[in-house]
Design a protein around this ligand. Structure first.
Ligand SMILES: C[S@@+](CC[C@H](N)C(=O)[O-])C[C@H]1O[C@@H](n2cnc3c(N)ncnc32)[C@H](O)[C@@H]1O
Length: 305
């Protein structure tokens, strides 16, 4: 087991826990999917409400997160599965489950993943430039940084990170990699910082590496492709009247969720505007500041029945 998994007390604090319970309304005997178990905090809150006849199916792409969550969920009716949530229909079919009462997805990564430098998500600590949620599949970020053309890198930083200095950063990467391979998070973070001008006489409000790291993480894990497939599959996985609750952390995700719930032949939207954390939650959990929750209920008379 990795060092990350050996850490027994997760650091991650769940975003919008009361709102998740309010919209998902888990109750005795239900079957609910937590598509992103992470450190298991939301999963525990939900599973505690399902009783002995209910079941929570918990997915995560990252096996070390399932190891971290598992001890917190031992006494509860929970089945943990390592899977990409885009495979939810298959996960349910393999377990003989036709449809479930609710699905939660809390997108992105956990503090426990970011804080573990070896995973390569952090621009604050030095580690290998990896960023894969499932380190046994796909290319690490270092391979993308080595292989992609200057133009493609610039487009990636612009499209997935809305990075104003995308061209300058891509140019610097290509120039640097001719001399030295970019293999660590520290190298890339320093390179990005050197390309972004500091506001006159001020400190940067956020680390200039933030947007480039976000963009690379999205690309490495095809996060938007997975989200789109998951959203398209959701109506097939829910019972009529079942609830979907999705928490996003940036506009690229939130836009897709909003768009998916817009189909009035399938969904009744429960959150006309995205729900955000209040002051009290933000005092204890600053990461929740960018969380946006949208919820919808599958219509009883949906078109594809
Ligand atoms: C923000 S954390 C979830 C935290 C969790 N709700 C809790 O209470 O601890 C997001 C989790 O989703 C997982 N994840 C991200 N994309 C995924 C995907 N496509 N399929 C399955 N899990 C995914 C990440 O590995 C991470 O553990």
């Amino acid at each position: 087991m990795s060092g990350q998994a050996e850490r027994s007390v997760p650091r991650h604090q769940p975003a919008l826990p009361d709102e998740v319970l309010h919209f998902l309304e888990p109750s005795q005997g239900q079957t609910i999917v937590d598509a992103t178990v992470g450190a298991g905090s939301h999963a525990r809150l939900i599973a505690e409400r399902l009783g002995p006849l209910g079941r929570l199916i918990g997915l995560d792409r990252d096996l070390s997160m399932l190891h971290l969550a598992q001890p917190r969920l031992v006494d509860l009716p929970v089945t943990l599965v390592q899977a990409n949530f885009e495979q939810l229909p298959l996960v349910l079919e393999e377990r003989g489950i036709h449809a479930v009462d609710g699905v939660l997805a809390d997108l992105g990564v956990c503090s426990d993943q970011i804080d573990y430098a070896e995973r390569g998500f952090s621009f604050q600590q030095d580690g290998p430039l990896d960023m894969r949620l499932d380190p046994t599949h796909g290319e690490p970020a270092s391979a993308l940084v080595k292989r992609l053309s200057e133009r493609t890198l610039a487009d990636l930083f612009w499209n997935y990170g809305e990075e104003r200095y995308s061209r300058r950063i891509a140019g610097k990467i290509v120039e640097t990699r001719r001399r030295t391979p970019l293999e660590t998070t520290g190298q890339l973070a320093e390179l990005v910082r050197s390309c972004v001008p500091r506001p006159r006489g001020q400190r940067h409000p956020i680390d200039p590496a933030t947007r480039v790291f976000q963009a690379l993480r999205i690309a490495v894990n095809d996060e938007l492709g997975a989200l789109e497939s998951f959203l398209a599959a959701l109506p097939r996985c829910l019972k009529p009247g079942g609830k979907a609750v999705i928490i996003s952390f940036h506009s690229l995700e939130d836009r897709r969720v909003k768009q998916a719930f817009r189909d009035r032949a399938i969904w009744k939207v429960l959150t006309p505007k995205p729900v955000q954390a209040g002051d009290e939650e933000l005092r204890n959990n600053p990461r929740a500041r960018s969380a946006k929750l949208r919820a919808a209920c599958l219509l009883e008379t949906r078109r594809d029945q």
